[in-house]
Design a protein around this ligand. Structure first.
Ligand code: BMA
Length: 380
C-alpha cells in the first residue's frame, strides 16, 4: 500500500514535468523550480512581469511597515516580482549593504512568494582581495577566487553562506522557494571587480562555472534559476563574449538605465529596442528566457518616461520581466550605501509629475502585476 501510494505520488509529479519543454541548467532542480521556469516561458505572450527591488522593505520616508509596498502604494496592487540583494552576507553581516536585515529579507521573500510573485536575488559581493566594496576594481579579484587562486578558499566560504541563505528560503509547506539568482551582473561595465576591464572572459566563465557547480553539487542547492546579465553590448557575439555555456544558464538578460535628458533625443528607446531585438533572438536560439533585469530613470525627471521611453523601447518584444531598482537611496559618503530618508527613487510617489504616466503603464495591460501573476499560477 505504502509503495503504491509512493509510486502514485511520484507519477503525479512526473506527468506534468514530462510535458515541459525547457530544461533548467541544474539537472537536479526541484520540481517547483522546473515548473516555474516553464511557466515563465508559457507566460511570455501574457505580458511582462513587473518587478521592484526591496519593494516590501522600504520606500521614501518609511521602512518596515508590515504589508506596505512601494508598488502597491503607487497602483493599488503588489508587483509580480520581488528583488533582493545579498551584499555583505559574505562578511557574516546581519544586515545587507542597503541596511535590510537578512532575517527580514527571508520573511519578505516568503511573503512575496505567498502572494504568487517571483523572487530574484542579486549579489554585490565585497572585493575578496582588497576587502573594499563591490565597486573596488583592484586586486585581480576574479583570478584570485577561481580554482587555483589565492583566495579560492575564502570564496568557497562565501558561497557556503550564500547556500545557507538560499536553503533557508522555504514556503509554508517546507518546500524551497525558487529564486532567480543573478550574480556578477553588469560585467560589460567597468565598475565592479568582476567587470570586463579587470577580468577576462575565461576568468569570468571559470568563476561562473565554479559558482554553479559548487552551489548545485557541493551544497545541493536545487532551487536556483541562473540569470546571465551584461550591461551594454552591440551584437550577439558581444552578448555572448562572457557566456559560460547553455548548461550553466537559464535566463538571458541585461541591465539598461536612462541617463541624461531624454526630451530631445531618442537614444534610450532606440538602444533598448535594438538590444531587446538581439536578446530575444539569442535567447530563442539557446532556449533561454529573455528578461530586462534592471532598468529605470533615477527620480524620473521626464514626466512621460514610462510610456514614451520605456514602453516605446520595449515595443512588442516578448520578454519575461522588467525590474525597477530600489527607492530610497544612497547616502553616506564613505563608499557605503544604505537606506536613508533621501528622495532618490525609480517608482513615482506622491505628487511626482510622472505618476499619471506610470499609471498608464499599469493599465496598459502589457505588464503583469500581483493579481495576474497569481492567476497564472506560476509555481504549479
Ligand atoms: C546599486 C545602488 C546602491 C546599492 C546597490 C545594491 O545600484 O542602488 O545604492 O547599494 O545597488 O543594492
Amino acid at each position: 500500500m505504502k509503495r503504491l501510494l509512493f509510486t502514485g505520488i511520484l507519477f503525479l509529479q512526473i506527468i506534468p514535468i514530462m510535458g515541459q519543454v525547457y530544461q533548467t541548467a541544474d539537472k537536479k532542480a526541484s520540481i517547483t523550480t522546473i515548473k516555474l521556469f516553464n511557466n515563465l516561458f508559457k507566460a511570455l505572450p501574457e505580458g511582462i512581469l513587473f518587478g521592484h527591488q526591496d519593494d516590501l522593505a522600504y520606500g521614501l520616508g518609511w521602512e518596515y511597515i508590515p504589508g506596505k509596498s512601494v508598488i502597491q502604494d503607487a497602483v493599488g496592487e503588489y508587483p509580480a516580482m520581488y528583488g533582493w540583494e545579498l551584499g555583505d552576507l559574505e562578511l557574516d553581516a546581519l544586515i545587507n549593504l542597503d541596511s535590510v536585515p537578512f532575517k527580514k529579507m527571508t520573511n519578505f521573500i516568503q511573503e512575496g512568494y505567498e502572494k504568487g510573485g517571483i523572487i530574484t536575488i542579486s549579489w554585490h559581493a565585497n572585493n575578496p582581495v582588497t576587502g573594499k566594496n563591490a565597486w573596488d576594481i583592484g586586486g585581480n579579484a576574479v583570478a584570485s577566487i577561481i580554482p587555483g587562486g589565492e583566495k579560492h578558499a575564502l570564496y568557497k566560504s562565501w558561497l557556503d553562506k550564500v547556500a545557507g541563505f538560499m536553503l533557508g528560503l522555504k514556503n509554508n509547506q517546507g518546500e524551497y522557494i525558487p529564486v532567480i539568482f543573478r550574480p556578477f551582473h553588469e560585467f560589460t561595465g567597468n565598475w565592479f571587480w568582476w567587470c570586463q576591464n579587470v577580468c577576462t572572459p575565461e576568468e569570468y566563465k571559470a568563476l561562473w562555472k565554479f559558482t554553479f557547480d559548487y552551489l548545485t553539487n557541493t551544497k545541493q542547492v536545487h532551487h536556483l534559476i541562473y540569470a546571465y546579465n551584461p550591461e551594454k553590448f552591440e551584437n550577439e557575439a558581444g552578448y555572448l563574449q562572457y557566456y559560460p555555456g547553455d548548461e550553466y544558464v537559464d535566463i538571458m538578460s541585461f541591465d539598461f538605465y536612462q541617463y541624461g535628458d531624454p526630451s530631445n533625443n531618442s537614444d534610450f528607446e532606440n538602444t533598448l529596442d535594438k538590444r531587446l531585438g538581439i536578446l530575444t533572438e539569442v535567447a530563442k536560439k539557446h532556449k533561454k528566457l529573455p528578461a530586462l533585469a534592471e532598468t529605470g530613470f533615477l527620480n524620473i525627471p521626464y514626466a512621460e518616461w514610462f510610456t514614451k521611453k520605456l514602453m516605446k523601447g520595449i515595443g512588442n518584444h516578448q520578454i519575461s520581466y522588467i525590474h525597477l531598482w530600489r527607492d530610497g537611496g544612497l547616502v553616506n559618503g564613505n563608499g557605503k550605501y544604505r537606506f536613508a530618508p533621501s528622495q532618490d527613487h525609480f517608482i513615482p510617489v506622491g505628487r511626482d509629475p510622472s505618476f499619471m504616466d506610470f499609471y498608464k503603464l499599469y493599465i496598459s495591460n502589457k505588464f503583469i502585476f500581483e493579481k495576474k501573476a497569481r492567476d497564472l499560477k506560476l509555481y504549479q
